[in-house]
Design a binder for this molecule. Structure first.
Ligand SMILES: Cc1ncc(COP(=O)(O)O)c(C=O)c1O
Length: 461
């Protein structure tokens, strides 16, 4: 426990929080009688709260972010050194860490060449949507501007990102939405929309995208935006055959493929990027959370040279470039932290570890499924796993949300922070989520799943 904060009186901090902080995703009524949680310190896989209680963090900072774990002094030192040299200059000029990180990143993303910096996943996705619209205006008289997005996917919190949001409960009460965003069906076979399985199911789910394109008119559709593995919509790994067909469809109708790697990017699934499991060739990739593991706010929109070229092909036209602004895209702390974050992942072989520990986590969860009938399906890729809880395995009726949350709470009481889909899909917020840091050991994984085992026994018997 940090002694400086102790001396400053942690109870004062808690009162200041209670009086003035508006926490994200939180109903504050309970804080009128109880205390908000304040996290005061972190090291490796563990964090400590204001009471000194230690937690094993199975969700990398709550939202799949701290990929290399807490307390990395190397990243803090790199950021400090950079800040005292030059902290900021607007993105119309370059920076040393900005150029060097872009070069390192592009090495990991064959086929892509250009990096646009900004400061959140939502912002990166907005930039991509703006590019699609500008390309439509420049080349297609404004017509080919629509962005297709998938049911259950999430792309961010702004109104236009929510307009591309496939989670109806997350979107509720925030309309009206931005026009030009069109939904395609999800690809989760467990909640099947077609009476098919395996590769046949995957192809059918992709064909459903083509049906939407044809209904809208291919000359109106500019891009398809998808998560490689759907995160907050229930940890949905794509069925076999899906991505190959999606790629074919995009090619056939000249539709840009925008992959949202905000969660999957930078190692989470055991490859640098989630799309790399599936042989996809994206035109645009967005990333944020794990890029610098939360040591600094940084997001990137990465494109092919073909996309980039469309914004410089007529230099005599004063409107013919990407006229977007990102003030904090010019912060140097982000790329300085990202460079060090990437070095750690390489030096410590964290991709390999993610594959190994991810397999262990899936095995452990599948073993729990043998024991607890409430687990309807276990899904995941690398250290990104989910367990969907059901009241009845045959009907697949979702488990009561309050009981799902009781499992999360019981793990917390045991000192293990896990997640669950939350105010995302009406009636289907029933998937437990696990995304521990890429540094997880076998003991960490076992401790997480042992806590879940106990919690499931306690809540569901
Ligand atoms: C897949 C995905 N895309 C985009 C975002 C938005 O990122 P941010 O919260 O940094 O704006 C999130 C956030 O959870 C996400 O899960």
């Amino acid at each position: 426990m940090n002694t400086v904060i102790r001396e400053n009186d942690i109870s004062h901090v808690v009162e200041a929080d209670r009086a003035h902080i508006w926490h994200h995703l939180t109903q504050h009524k309970p804080f009128e009688t109880g205390e908000p949680r304040v996290i005061v310190e972190g090291k490796g896989m563990r964090v400590w709260d204001q009471k000194g209680k230690e937690y094993l963090d199975a969700v990398s900072g709550g939202v799949w972010t701290v990929n290399v774990g807490y307390g990395r002094t190397e990243i803090a030192d790199a950021v400090r050194d950079q800040l005292v040299k030059i902290n900021y200059f607007a993105g119309s000029a370059g920076s040393i860490p900005g150029a060097l990180f872009a070069e390192r990143l592009i090495e990991k993303m064959p086929g892509l060449t250009r990096v646009y910096y900004c400061n959140s996943g939502s912002e990166a996705n907005e930039k991509a949507f703006k590019m699609v619209r500008q390309i439509a205006h420049k080349r297609f008289g404004g017509k080919k501007h629509k962005v297709l997005y998938r049911e259950r996917d999430y792309h961010g919190t702004t109104i236009s990102c929510l307009s591309a949001g496939g989670q109806d409960e997350r979107n509720a009460q925030y309309g009206p939405f931005t026009p030009g965003f069109v939904r395609v069906p999800h690809c989760l076979e467990y909640r099947a929309q077609w009476d098919l399985s395996g590769e046949e199911y995957g192809k059918r789910a992709a064909d459903a995208i083509e049906e939407v394109i044809l209904a809208e008119g291919p000359d109106t559709v500019g891009a398809l935006c998808l998560e490689p593995v759907t995160a907050g919509g229930g940890v949905i790994t794509p069925p076999p055959g899906y991505w190959e067909r999606v790629q074919e469809i995009c090619k056939k109708y000249d539709i840009l493929l925008h992959i949202d790697e905000v969660v999957c990017g930078v190692g989470r699934t055991g490859t640098w990027f989630g799309y790399q499991h599936y042989g996809i060739k994206p035109d645009m990739v967005t990333m944020a959370k794990g890029v610098a593991s939360g040591y600094a706010a940084i997001a990137c929109l990465v494109t092919t040279e073909e996309v980039f070229d469309m914004f410089k092909d007529d230099a005599s036209d004063p409107m013919n470039y990407f006229r977007d602004i990102s003030t904090f895209g010019g912060c140097t702390a982000g790329p300085a932290a990202a460079l060090e974050n990437m070095r750690i992942i390489e030096d410590e072989n964290l991709l390999e570890n993610t594959v190994k520990m991810g397999a262990r986590m899936l095995d452990n969860l599948n073993a729990l499924a043998e024991k607890h009938a409430v687990i309807g399906q276990v899904r995941g890729k690398g250290l990104f796993c989910g367990a969907e809880l059901v009241a009845d395995r045959l009907t697949k009726e979702a488990a009561d949300e309050k009981m799902v949350q009781a499992v999360v709470a019981d793990c917390g009481a045991q000192g293990v922070i896990i997640g669950a889909t939350n105010r995302s899909l009406p009636g289907l917020n029933n998937t437990l989520c696990f995304s521990p840091a890429l540094i997880s050991t076998a003991d960490d994984i076992d401790n997480i799943t042992n806590a879940v085992d106990k919690a499931l026994t306690k809540v569901f018997g």
